[in-house]
Design a protein around this ligand. Sequence first.
Ligand code: AMP
Ligand code: GLY
Length: 430
Amino acid sequence: MYKVLIIGSGGREHAIVSSFLKSSRVDEVYVAPGNPGMLLGYEDYYSDKQIPVTLIDKTTIPEICSFVSDNKIEIVFVGPEQSLADGLADELENLKVSVIGPKKEGARLEASKIYAKKLMKKYGIPTADFQQFDQSAQAKEYLQQVAFPVVIKADGLAAGKGVVIANDYNQALESVEKIMEKSQFGNAGDKIIIEEFLTGWEGSIFAVTDGHNYKSTIVSQDYKKLLENDKGPNTGGMGAVAPVAKAEPHLQTIEKTVFDPLFKALANEHISYKGFLYAGLIFTDQGPKVLEFNCRLGDPEAQVILPLLDNDIIEICEAINNNSVDDLKLKWKNKYAANIVLASQGYPGKYEKGLPIEINEDIFNDPEVSVYYAGVRDNDDGLETAGGRVLSVTALAEKMPDALKKAYANIKKLSFKGQTYRKDIGINAK
Ligand code: AMP
Ligand code: GLY
């Protein structure tokens, strides 16, 4: 039996916690820092096991390492990219604990867009043409000769906000100034790339890897814009669906043109990578191209991928750590999953916190409906809002329209003042 620690506090991490709670090979689950919603609603699902979940208030790398060694944690599953980019996995490796998540050098695939683009170019992985800049004057000069729209990306981590699609010269100029001269994203914008605008539909796919072999997951779609019809500002993600039927004919091409050369590249460059690797793809007329790589599971994609996974999560962690991913067979429920995010009014801009959340406990009676909490905290009577994306609901069903219907019916069982959610998640996936 394993003692497991999950790093992070959002909906993705809640879905990871739920996967471990379903395992027959786990007896203690810790989350750092987690959120109090992760402790609710499990009694009925897991009454035969009652695995305790404990939130621990540790966030720095030294604090997490001390906790791991003092408590003999055997597996650490890292949710967010920042911890990986900061080298959490490197430090944990010295403690001989199994870590799901790459070390710093592997996390560069996400932490530096320039690094990822150069690697893709070197190894022939299809992606948008690009130029890199470390001086704003040169970037501005280049803008005089490009066709619009163009895409401007801060090189470093910017919490999913570092990408601007500029429709004309003035907008592009303003973005370059904001990112490079006014440091809108801090150091993350010291360097930028300006890349070709691609058209197509988007999807995310994950590779489970031990650094030698990989297995790819089903394809999911997240809905990044705040408003219906993909309008409004970009968010962390307002919902997700999986599997995406129209991606199915492309799976072999994705492996052949994206993952095969990528893992060959990592081997050639002597980069060990253990964990989940996220490829954000755009399906163009010329086939799938890579928009970005991330070094972790997606949020909210994890909230649809993990509930559909039929393997014990421990089997996957062991394959990653024992270098036996080649023998791993990912098993999927023959179902569809839909996830709807409930956000605070004003998100992704300013929003109020501390609004009480009302929960109709009926929601916990259906084993195919899960609530994943994110921006929540305790108050005297229960939970209250504490973030932009407050919670989400995932529903499974035999058909995508039924999964969506069920997710939308159940989101009504949760409420707080000013809640907002998109009404068209999955509309193009039906
Ligand atoms: P990224 O963080 O690089 O995935 O970019 C965030 C979002 O910006 C993507 O999900 C796309 O919707 C959009 N985007 C990024 N790069 C491009 C591109 N080259 N062409 C069109 N849209 C893009
Ligand atoms: N849903 C996008 C991401 O996790 O990066």
